[in-house]
Design a protein around this ligand. Structure first.
Ligand code: NDP
Length: 230
């Protein structure tokens, strides 16, 4: 299996959950580094050639990628009137087009192997919306259309594609928020807390398992109830 941005945060927790399950794991990071014990390759998801090289390296070491987790993502928050086109396109390029690049590259091996599991890491914000995140929410909502179209295109080839939509997870991305804002967010979450990255990772691992073989095109929230009804 391969997880983009598997060197830290949610991606790292996903990689470790698969590794603990006995699976062969490869992670990408922009530096090519990852915590010890993980097979890491360098990739920038905004660059198709870089993605292609990373997959070639993983395939040479581990064979075709059967499970793809498109996790790499960034935020660049700004209110609409102040958001530059560059703020918008750079987030789309990483979060949405980046997922397209890795998906396209991974699908070749999955079609040949007649087996594939794709999990796209979206966000509760993709369906609920969020002020200051028009770029991010658009990119995350786009992943839903991507997984569902893939399901219609390749569903008959034993390939599933699902979306996991985390709420607030305790990672560098959320640790960057100021404390008052964190308190405000926690007050809106029925569970009353942020999640540990491993709580997302376990759901991703399950979606890639045989137990979830007939689930495709689904959006699975892991948000402590924050997005209920969306
Ligand atoms: P982090 O900021 O902790 O990590 C982001 C990861 O994405 C890093 O591994 C980073 O790699 C990688 N990345 C960023 N840009 C690129 C790029 N151009 N090419 C390749 N890799 C890239 O984020 P989280 O772990 O918090 O988030 C992971 C995913 O989960 C994201 O898609 C995020 O949107 C989503 N999410 C997070 C939530 C949260 O509360 N934390 C909530 C909902 C969704 P590098 O180390 O090389 O920079």
């Amino acid at each position: 299996m391969l997880v983009t941005g598997g060197n830290r945060g949610i991606g790292l927790a996903i990689a470790l959950a698969f590794q603990a399950n006995g699976d062969q794991v490869a992670v990408t990071s922009r530096s090519g580094q990852a915590p010890e014990g993980l097979f890491a390759v360098q990739a920038d998801v905004t660059d198709a050639d870089s993605v292609d090289r990373a997959f070639a390296e993983v395939e040479a070491a581990q064979g075709p990628v059967e499970v793809l987790v498109a996790n790499a993502g960034i935020t660049q928050d700004q209110l609409l009137l102040r958001m530059s086109e560059e703020d918008f396109t750079s987030v789309i390029d990483t979060n949405l087009t980046g997922a397209f690049r890795v998906l396209k590259r991974a699908s070749k091996g999955m079609i040949r192997k007649k087996k594939g599991r794709v999990v796209l890491i979206s966000s509760v914000v993709g369906l609920m919306g969020s002020p200051g995140q028009i770029n991010y929410a658009s990119s995350k909502a786009g992943l839903v259309g991507m997984a569902r179209s893939l399901t219609r295109e390749l569903g008959s080839r034993n390939i599933t594609a699902n979306v996991v939509a985390p709420g607030y997870i305790d990672t560098e991305m959320t640790q960057g928020l100021d404390e008052d804002l964190q308190k405000q967010y926690k007050a809106q979450i029925p569970a009353g807390r942020f999640a540990e990255p491993s709580e997302v990772a376990d759901v991703v691992r399950w979606l890639a398992s045989d137990e979830a073989s007939y689930i495709s095109g689904a959006v699975i929230p892991v948000d402590g109830g924050l997005g209920m009804g969306h």
